[in-house]
Design a protein around this ligand. Structure first.
Ligand SMILES: [Zn+2]
Length: 304
């Protein structure tokens, strides 16, 4: 695991529950993957399988830990979506496996990543196992958006307590990760979390976000679409829209003296931009040039 400082506390809390014999049988880890939700879930799964967990989670040395490190522990089951859904067959197979005895003589642990992707049928198939999981069985449900989980699923899980990191902690972590002293957190609100931002910094993506920021600022003030926004692919277009939304948001925050009516109009315009972003993946054959030009025109009408 990368050293994600804000995960130490929940891993330690969970390990303490194991050591005190207070472990429940089903937990919801409602932590976005951008904040390390997947890493956290795996670490607590490891702590539950480790033969002698320490204060900070799995020991890293016992036989179970060695199997876990080699990705070959037979009593750890990991489920990820097949396409954009977790399908009923995946859950049926998992529940079937969980009825068998553990191979290493300890717990059996099932991790379901992005459990908001359970569909109606697969969620229903999981309910019985969530209610009566059998002896020494632990189910861990990670979710980016726990609010989208079915209430019947949520009510059968205990919550893993998680305190999100402060902005200061995020800045410190990012500067250590990227080795850069520049504050890059301006785009954090649209990046899903610090881990995704760290990945963007490693790739071309962050540089492009900066270009989009410059491009939109110039385009909005000149009324003409800038070169950097003229030819974008689908992935870039969704980033460009998120950056446009951020610029509008920052305008509202920074310009406290903005006319009340204009504030409302800019807010509505920002919502329209985000609405378009959400619909982008289901819109066929989008002409981004026309779409972006339309936004520039609309913004100019608002502010004229
Ligand atoms: Zn161990």
């Amino acid at each position: 695991m990368q050293n994600i400082s804000w995960l130490a506390a929940p891993i330690s809390d969970f390990t303490q529950q194991i050591k005190n014999g207070l472990l429940g049988h089903a937990y919801l880890v409602g932590v976005h993957k951008g904040y390390g939700g997947e890493e956290l879930t795996l670490e607590i799964a490891k702590a539950a399988l480790c033969q002698s967990p320490g204060e900070l989670g799995a020991c890293g040395f016992c036989k179970a830990c060695q199997l876990l490190d080699g990705n070959t522990h037979p009593d750890l089951y990991r489920i990820t979506a097949d396409g954009n859904q977790i399908k009923v067959d995946q859950i049926r197979e998992l529940c079937q496996k969980l009825t068998m005895t553990s191979q290493q003589g300890g717990r059996r642990v099932a991790v379901i990543y992005h459990s908001e992707q359970l569909n109606q049928a697969s969620a229903n198939a999981l309910l019985k196992t969530l209610e009566e999981p059998g002896k020494d069985t632990l189910l861990l449900l990670q979710s980016d958006t726990p609010s989208r989980l079915m209430a019947t699923i949520k009510s059968r899980c205990q919550q893993v307590h998680f305190e999100p990191p402060s902005m200061e902690e995020i800045k410190l972590w990012l500067s250590t990760e990227s080795g850069s002293a520049t504050d890059v957190t301006w785009c954090l609100p649209v990046m899903g979390g610090p881990l995704e931002l760290a990945l963007a910094l490693e790739s071309e993506r962050y540089a492009q976000l900066l270009q989009f920021r410059k491009g939109w600022a110039q385009s909005l003030s000149s009324g003409h679409l800038c070169a950097s926004l003229i030819s974008v692919n689908e992935k870039q277009a969704s980033d460009a829209l998120k950056v446009l939304y951020l610029i509008l948001r920052q305008k509202l925050i920074r310009q406290a003296d903005l006319d009340a009516l204009l504030r409302v109009k800019v807010t509505e315009f920002g919502m329209k931009v985000m609405d378009t972003y959400h619909k982008l993946s289901v819109m066929p054959n989008v002409n981004y040039l026309a779409l972006f030009n339309g936004f520039i025109l609309e913004y100019n009408k608002l502010t004229r």
